[in-house]
Design a protein around this ligand. Structure first.
Ligand SMILES: [Fe+2]
Length: 346
């Protein structure tokens, strides 16, 4: 077995493959590590055949759909997963073949209705059903403490105590545990009785995960995250530094069209000297009258450098092949004590 564990910000993902056939599966990939997974698979001589989410994540952005688009291999989730883009829906007791390896699905609802654990030889990927020294929470959408009690005490904890436990999260830098170790030391598992366990789960008073709505939106719909939109735009646009712009302004070089895409009020309060105003919301509708020459070099800026990246990418799509974005925004420009102009556009 070839095995890679990727930990990022408390999220754990796993690349597992058969050393005889090079067939691999990727479990719980996170969007920011997409290139790392592909690089690891290449380095290890593996070809990913399955992209698996152990459940609908509410706290991080899954990479399964984007990777499926690139690799043309199926996204695998439990039958009850709400995401419409799941290609291969699996149920309890079913097995995926990874070359000579067997990846067996255990349906273990509780953290979410669609949670599964995945058994593979000497190890089990427990998703957020069983964590090291904890369990997944049950207060997020489709969570159910009674179901989690049943999944843990009647399924997962009855597995071989020597099995290694690889969870979907660990915030303390640990890489794995065993079923036996968890039975002996996991504080939440000491409450065997249903009522006591449910009582613990209902009184954890956890704060909501950051990005909860965005994670559920993207993981359930297959839509993009805001960071993804920005990264995709940034990959299509060159950037221009503030120093280069200052130098250009000092030289009195007027070949560059400086375009402020913020709202009118912000522009009138303070803008970079010589900038023209075209709010991003009106960009497509007014571009023809405002920017008649598509061969001009256009430097776009906004307040923080994010909207301008999107606007510059839009301009490139519209045929302005020399549109570039300012590396930074009005906020950094002002903070650096650079000159500003005020008032309406002349
Ligand atoms: Fe989770």
């Amino acid at each position: 077995m070839i095995f890679e564990q990727v930990a990022v910000g408390g999220c754990q993902s796993y690349l597992v493959g058969c050393s005889h056939t090079c067939v691999a599966a990727l479990i719980d990939p996170e969007i920011s590590q997409l290139d790392r997974y592909l690089a690891l698979a290449s380095r290890d001589g593996l070809r990913i055949h399955f992209l698996i989410d152990t459940h609908t994540h509410a706290d991080h952005f899954s990479a399964t759909q984007e990777m499926a688009r690139r690799l043309k291999v199926p996204v695998v989730m439990h039958q009850q997963a709400p995401a419409p883009f799941v290609d291969l829906r699996v149920g309890d007791g079913e097995t995926l073949l990874l070359g000579r390896l067997r990846l067996q699905v255990l349906h273990t609802p509780g953290h979410t209705r669609d949670s599964v654990c995945l058994l593979l030889g000497d190890r089990v990927f427990t998703g957020d059903t069983l964590l090291i020294g904890a369990t997944g929470r049950t207060d997020l959408p489709s969570g159910d403490p009674l179901a989690l009690h049943d999944s843990l005490f009647n399924r997962v904890l009855k597995l071989d105590p020597a099995l290694r436990v690889y969870p979907a999260h660990d915030y303390k830098g640990r890489s794995f545990s065993t079923i036996g170790q968890e039975l002996a030391t996991n504080p939440r598992l000491q409450a065997h009785e249903r009522e006591a366990f449910v009582d613990i789960m209902n009184n954890l008073n956890l704060t909501m995960p950051t990005h909860l709505t965005e994670a559920l939106r993207t993981n359930m719909s297959g839509g993009k995250t805001v960071a993804q939109m920005l990264a995709e735009a940034a990959a299509k646009v060159p950037f221009y530094s503030m120093d280069a712009l200052v130098e250009q302004l000092d030289r009195g070089d007027s070949t560059l069209v400086l375009l402020d895409v913020r709202e009118r009020e912000a522009y009138e309060k303070a803008h970079i000297p010589g900038a023209r105003l075209l709010p991003r919301g009106q960009l497509e509708l007014r571009v023809n009258q405002e920017l008649p020459d598509p061969t001009q070099r256009i430097l776009v800026y906004c307040e923080f450098g994010r909207i301008s990246t999107l606007a510059a990418a839009t301009l490139r799509e519209l045929g302005f092949g020399r549109a570039i974005a300012l590396d930074g925004g009005m906020d950094a420009w002002t903070a650096a004590g650079r000159p500003v102009s005020a008032g309406p556009q002349p």
